[in-house]
Design a protein around this ligand. Structure first.
Ligand SMILES: [Zn+2]
Ligand SMILES: [Zn+2]
Length: 330
């Protein structure tokens, strides 16, 4: 039985694989958009199939409807299977069993305090609509000046607003965090005294991703060693099909992350998909924990998680190693 979320994941994987072929860029986007629309609306696919109305779903044209139809009828997509083969994706018999219904909360999101496109209240309502019990509000740190990153002063102001927003939403806990930039030398873009008081600290590399691998390794090791860091955000900074991510000694850094209890992110934004399933598999074998999140910049982007949960599933990561499935954050 293929439900809307399983279908969204199949289309998302197709979009991801097509994105890596230069000439398929446009089709890749179409599949990602259709996946997103299905993850958001959760239509009754079997009913639409029966009435031959799959194209009534926003973003689903004739071609994608055929793929969906095959998926609904046969429980798997021959097109996706062919693509996997063509792209030399390993045939896996050890996929993990991940049910989005058990996913508790998203830890990485942005608001209009930095580069998000919605207010904190709108984002909180979006997270609640997803059925989450918590949401991490993790805007950018000061170094990202183009997006008006948050310094200590603005974080205090934000926490006051958060208390107000918290009063307006039931059943959802707001966590105040930061997506702090990992500077070129591995120092973080905010002092320890600030990081210490936050509920969630995601340290992410955003600039100078093309550093020499040795320097990049040192940079990442230093970030992982900071005791306030909970998560390394989009650990390579790659953009599938357009920008190669940072190269460093992944094994050494992942081992250290496992040792320090720092989780690695699977960022589900279709433009990022970072860590990739292959890299996540390596990190899993080295003992790392994960967070799977949307890095949402608008409420509708929370749906990136149900779309892209296939990445963790294909990487074989068991539920216990993904912190979003834990009863509570931390
Ligand atoms: Zn980021
Ligand atoms: Zn982010």
């Amino acid at each position: 039985m293929v439900d809307a979320i399983a279908a969204a994941q199949a289309l998302s994987e197709i979009g991801y694989l097509l994105r890596q072929q230069e000439k398929e860029r446009f089709r890749a986007k179409a599949f990602s958009m259709a996946s997103w629309s299905i993850a958001l609306q959760r239509p009754d696919l079997a009913a639409l199939q029966r009435s031959e109305a799959l194209t009534s779903i926003e973003g689903v044209g004739e071609g994608i409807a055929r793929v969906l139809s095959d998926l609904i009828k046969n429980g798997e997509s021959r097109y996706l299977n062919r693509l996997r083969e063509q792209m030399e994706q390993p045939a896996r018999n050890d996929e993990s069993d991940l049910d989005f219904a058990e996913y508790r909360g998203d830890i990485h999101s942005h608001t209009d305090w930095s580069d998000g496109r919605a207010t904190m209240l709108e984002m909180a309502e979006g997270a609640r609509a997803m059925g989450y019990t918590y949401v991490g509000i993790t805007d950018h740190s000061p170094r990202i000046t183009v997006v008006h990153g948050l310094n200590a002063e603005r974080l205090v102001a934000q926490s006051q607003q958060m208390a107000e927003v918290q009063r307006q939403v039931d059943g959802l806990t707001l966590l105040q965090g930061i997506e702090v930039d990992i500077l070129e030398d591995g120092a973080l873009d905010l002092p320890d005294a600030v990081l210490e008081i936050l509920d969630v600290v995601i340290a992410s590399p955003h600039v100078k991703l093309r550093q020499e691998p040795a320097a990049m390794t040192e940079r990442m090791m230093r970030a992982v060693a900071n005791r306030h860091v909970d998560v390394i955000g989009h650990p390579t900074g790659r953009r599938p099909g357009s920008r190669e991510g940072a190269t460093y000694d992944f094994e050494t850094v992942f081992k250290e992350a496992a040792k320090q209890g720092v989780a690695l992110e699977i960022d589900c934004d279709p433009a990022r998909m970072d860590l990739s399933p292959e890299m996540a598999r390596l990190a899993c074998e080295l003992g790392c924990d994960f967070v799977v999140d949307a890095d949402a910049h608008a409420p509708t982007e929370f749906a990136y998680v149900p779309m892209a949960l296939w990445m963790a599933r294909r990487a074989g990561i068991p539920k216990e190693r993904i912190r979003n499935f834990w009863p509570e954050w931390n």
